[in-house]
Design a binder for this molecule. Structure first.
Ligand code: FES
Length: 110
């Protein structure tokens, strides 16, 4: 299988993100929902959603990064929509996790 255009990585680190809830779901549930929606929308060839450990910005978790392999752009998602300072990366523009999780894919595909 060819590499997907978009990688959605969801932090399921038990140190923090897995214990945080966003709209009633922890990061494990968010990951499952994203994977289901990607499959249901027929985007499995272009979009991959996988679990990961800490990607920094835990304070704003659950944290999700979306990486476009075509453009090289990385978009950071969390519980706030604001410029924030996170360890290792410094100042970044954090986007709020969308109500409809499939928008993580739709908004970032080229
Ligand atoms: S534990 Fe999830 S970003 Fe740090």
């Amino acid at each position: 299988m060819a590499k997907p255009d978009l990688n959605i990585i969801v932090c399921v680190d038990p140190q923090r993100c897995l214990t945080l809830k966003y709209q009633g779901r922890n990061s494990g549930a968010l990951l499952q929902e994203i994977q289901d929606q990607v499959r249901d929308q027929g985007l499995s060839e272009r979009v991959q959603a996988t679990p990961c450990r800490c990607i920094f910005g835990c304070t704003y978790g659950p944290r999700i990064d979306v990486i476009n392999r075509v453009t090289g752009e990385k978009v950071l998602y969390g519980s706030v929509e604001a410029p924030v300072i996170i360890s290792v990366r410094g100042r970044v523009d954090m986007k709020k996790i969308p109500d409809h999780l499939i928008e993580l894919a739709q908004a970032n595909l080229s």
